[in-house]
Design a protein around this ligand. Structure first.
Ligand SMILES: *Cc1c(COP(=O)(O)O)cnc(C)c1O
Length: 394
């Protein structure tokens, strides 16, 4: 008994006839196989087995299978961020000489990838207004490989003519990828509408607690899915097991969170519309929304959890508003458990400049709200007080 313990040897995992109810976390970077024949069989897909975490790990698989179910997808993968998912699609499926067409109000970094990165690699890109399907389809070129769309734009909440664009793209053999982050699978399911690829920033409402940065992508065609997976694995877009675990935990309450956020968003939109100091309110389900009919046709009674509004009084009033609402995080994100407020002119859309913003209708008084889980009466009261304070010049 005087043998020294060999501390570098791993201990066996304790036997337990009962199983854990919660999902275990598996941080192991590498997996040991019995012999080379077994490793061969794993790589050939004859037996299931992980080898190296960059290529896949159980917590990523569990999360991906869950989002697959929500999207009606098969074989989706989870990546280290929403932008990793966008990049894996945009870069994993194109080659020099191809053209990529995007909606003109995509997420800021997606626009930047289209503007700066794809052209550097020899891929031409252009943008068009996806609320006008005829104009958008007319922008398809013979060398267009892929279209990237979001259903509801940020922050102006315009609703794309998804049906018209997909019909035009299919007739021309062009792939359509939909970034479904804003709408979530509860609001919209891209595959049901004929899209080829669905993308998510899981960071937002899916994970839902602002503590995990993750992305998801699924393709209907297994060959495309394979190309996306290989690109993501080669470029190291691997998600952390712990983040996957957090996001999977978040999904248990996703339906409840979504429904709560949505009904509160609707209540807040209607409340804001009646307040002095508010110049306009944008919410897809309100009859005064510019794409109201399309919103109803595409999303049914799902208006989503995002509300935008504009106050009178420009930047000075905007400063007063955020200062007067200390309980509402002034932070450029969305989908958190708590309500967050963003000011596109000073954050997501600052790079556009005043003219670029004016063209989109984004003034200094423009705010976007990601509605959280607070009691709706409390939110309405806090916004009412903050907006009233914003209108009083110091
Ligand atoms: C946040 C967001 C992304 C990027 O996701 P990250 O997880 O932050 O990398 C992409 N698309 C949309 C619509 C987003 O809101």
């Amino acid at each position: 008994m005087d043998e020294k313990p060999v501390l570098v040897r791993r201990m066996a995992w304790p036997e337990s006839a009962s199983r854990p109810v919660g999902t275990p976390i598996q941080p192991s970077v590498v997996y040991a196989s019995r012999d080379p024949d077994m490793l061969d069989a794993q790589y050939e897909g004859q037996i299931a087995g992980y080898t190296y975490a960059r290529e896949g790990h159980p917590n990523a698989t569990v999360l991906a299978r869950k989002i697959d179910q929500m999207e009606g997808a098969e074989g989706g993968i989870v990546l280290g961020s929403g932008m990793a998912a966008v990049a894996a699609v945009l870069m994993g499926l194109v080659r020099a000489g191809d053209h990529v067409l995007g909606g003109d109000q995509l997420y800021g970094r997606s626009l930047r990838m289209m503007r700066d990165d794809l052209p550097r690699l020899g891929v031409a890109t252009s943008l068009a207004d996806p609320t006008d399907a005829a104009g958008f389809v007319a922008a398809i070129r013979p060398e267009t490989r892929l279209i990237l769309l979001e259903v509801v734009s940020n922050p102006t909440l315009r609703v794309a003519d998804i049906a018209g664009i997909i019909a035009g793209a299919q007739a021309r053999g062009v792939l359509v990828a939909i970034d479904n982050t804003f709408t979530t699978p509860r609001g919209f399911q891209p595959f049901v509408h004929g899209a080829d690829i669905v993308i998510h920033s899981v960071t937002k409402l899916l994970a839902g607690h602002s503590d995990a940065t993750l992305g998801y992508v699924a393709a209907r065609d297994p060959a495309l899915a394979r190309a996306i997976y290989d690109f993501a694995t080669t470029t190291g877009m691997t998600p952390s097991p712990f983040d996957c675990w957090l996001a999977e935990r978040g999904l248990y309450s996703f339906d409840l969170r979504y429904d709560r956020a949505e009904s509160s968003a609707r209540a807040l939109a209607d409340h804001l519309a009646g307040l002095p100091g508010v110049a306009r309110v944008i919410y897809p389900n309100r009859p005064d929304h510019p794409d109201h009919n399309r919103a109803v046709a595409l999303l049914g009674d799902r208006g989503g959890h995002m509300v935008s509004f504009e106050i009178k009084g420009g930047r000075a009033a905007a400063n007063r508003l955020t200062r007067a609402a200390p309980n509402i995080a002034f932070a450029p994100t969305l989908g958190d458990i708590g309500t967050t407020l963003s000011h596109p002119a000073s954050s997501s859309h600052r790079g556009l400049g005043p003219e670029g913003r004016a063209a989109l209708g984004i003034s200094e008084g423009f705010f976007r709200v990601s509605v959280g889980m607070e009691p709706p009466e409390l939110l309405c009261a806090e916004f009412e007080a903050a907006i009233a304070a914003s209108q009083v010049e110091a």
